[in-house]
Ligand binder design. Structure first.
Ligand code: ZN
Ligand code: ZN
Length: 258
């Protein structure tokens, strides 16, 4: 399966992003369609512009990218690096560390926690105007390669038993209890609307994702190569789902089973 190319006048996108701000399933309505411009931007993004201090700071404030662009980032890095997704792993180790810190403050309750988990900047790519219909003049070979998701889908399937338990019940549309796992946007919403949430369980989830994605990130270093487990690799999926929401990911995985 590949990300399908956008065709002119083919209006299948969801609503425009609400500036990538917090809320369930933020960002453009996700479909397996990456526009030329999105592929081209992410191609340069993974070449090094992600390391720019200003960009890193922005990614921290926005908890990565919106749901659509977070998945697109992983997919494009997967396609161009043959699964060597070190950039993504480093980014999400950092973001989950930040989430863990928010839970470990002295008063990790209710509105104080919400304050630490809120998004204070919009998705960088949404703000730049990149969406399902943005054109570009990038070479066709680059665009074709950037849309390959075969490797990513194999990765999704092989790690599924380990990331499934972390899926947000609200993103999945399942019955919710105080202990059910939530993604950050849904946890934030539940805290702000004073829904019953067991913060101990949510904290355990965050700590476990941070540990797994941290081990995966470390495994890209020369001295630790080959030390990652399926659980560690699934940690990257869980981190992306936790930070931005799971809907786009679930659609990608379910699409692969059709
Ligand atoms: Zn976005
Ligand atoms: Zn959710």
């Amino acid at each position: 399966m590949m990300w399908r190319q956008t065709s002119p006048g083919h209006d299948r996108a969801g609503p425009e992003p609400e500036s990538g701000r917090d809320g369930p399933a933020t960002g453009p309505g996700f479909e397996p369609v990456l526009s030329d411009c999105e592929v081209h931007f992410l191609y340069w993004f993974i070449q090094g512009s992600i390391m720019n201090p200003e960009t890193r700071s922005r990614l921290r404030r926005a908890w990565g990218l919106c749901e659509r662009h977070a998945l697109a980032h992983l997919a494009v890095e997967f396609a161009f690096r043959n699964g060597w997704v070190h950039g993504c792993a480093l980014l999400y180790e950092d973001l989950m560390g930040r989430a863990r810190q928010a839970f470990e403050r002295r008063v990790p309750v209710g509105l104080w926690l919400a304050l630490g988990l809120r998004q204070t900047a919009p998705c960088l790519m949404c703000e730049l105007g990149f969406g399902p219909h943005s054109p570009t003049t990038a070479p066709v070979e680059v665009l074709a390669r950037g849309r390959q998701t075969v490797g990513l889908q194999a990765f999704a399937r092989s790690t599924e038993p380990c990331w499934r338990p972390a899926v947000c019940v609200r993103c999945a549309g399942r019955a919710v209890t105080a202990q059910s796992p939530r993604c950050r946007p849904h946890l934030l919403r539940d805290l702000l609307t004073r829904q019953p949430v067991d913060l101990g369980t949510q904290r355990e989830l965050v700590v476990s994702i941070h540990g797994a994605v941290g081990r995966y990130s470390r495994s890209f270093r020369l001295e630790f190569q080959g030390t990652d487990t399926v659980e560690d690799r699934a940690g990257l999926v869980a981190a992306i789902g936790w930070c931005s929401g799971w809907s786009a990911w679930l659609r990608l995985v379910m699409g692969s089973k059709v």
